[in-house]
Design a protein around this ligand. Structure first.
Ligand SMILES: [Ca+2]
Ligand SMILES: [Ca+2]
Ligand SMILES: [Ca+2]
Length: 208
């Protein structure tokens, strides 16, 4: 375990390596990471979110497996507190991506994981414990390079948008806490999207 005394959460990179910035410093980040995982060695993507609802940011990453490191009073656990059941190393053929969002509206963050050649997976968070396997898998494009979630149709729940490599980007709508298996939107032609960011643009709606 690698405590970070005197530091507040201001991370710039997790691979899973974390460079923190001193609490009152205005300068650059520390020269060497103050935390790294002893367990995960092939991280492809990472995301921060308060997955256990205790008010601090935890870390979710995907490498050999999808894993979660809990933040205990400013110190990340050295071992993951949860990992998905499937060994993903045979699927290391392209981009991996992650997004966190409360898809079922129960107040906790669920995990969306995009795997190039293997589609997009959803792991549900049940009171701080994720399902060991995905509860939903995308049905259309399988070369997912990027994922993000937002309320695309304005009905109050989070929907999913996926970018793909040499395939059409897709949007899946959330219907009562469950993602529809069929996309509600596909881009007009195959593209090679490497990143997806959703946000309000000109106040008229969410744009990709
Ligand atoms: Ca937390
Ligand atoms: Ca949830
Ligand atoms: Ca919605």
């Amino acid at each position: 375990m690698h405590p970070i005394p005197g530091f507040r959460w201001f991370p710039i990179l997790v691979l899973p390596i974390l460079f923190a910035r001193p609490a009152r410093a205005q300068g650059p980040f520390e020269d060497y990471p103050s935390w790294y995982s002893d367990t995960i060695s092939s991280t492809r993507a990472a995301a921060f979110g308060d997955v256990d609802g205790d008010g601090d940011l935890d870390v979710v990453c995907v490498g050999e497996r999808v894993s979660c490191f809990r933040n205990d009073v400013g110190t990340l656990t050295s071992e993951p507190v949860w990992s998905s059941s499937e060994d993903l190393r045979p699927k290391f053929h392209g981009e991996f991506s992650l997004a966190l969002g409360d898809t079922d509206g129960d107040g906790d963050l669920d995990i969306f994981c995009g795997l190039d050649y293997w589609g997009t997976l959803l792991f549900r968070n049940d009171e701080g414990v994720f399902t060991s396997g995905p509860v939903w898998t995308s049905s259309t494009a399988n070369r997912t390079t990027s994922v993000d979630v937002a309320d695309m149709d304005g009905d109050g729940d989070l929907d999913l948008v996926c970018g793909s490599f040499m395939q059409r980007s897709t949007m899946y709508l959330n219907e009562g806490g469950l993602l529809n298996p069929e996309p509600a939107w596909l881009s007009g032609q195959p593209d090679s999207t490497s990143a997806i960011v959703l946000g309000m643009w000109t106040g008229t709606g969410i744009r990709i």
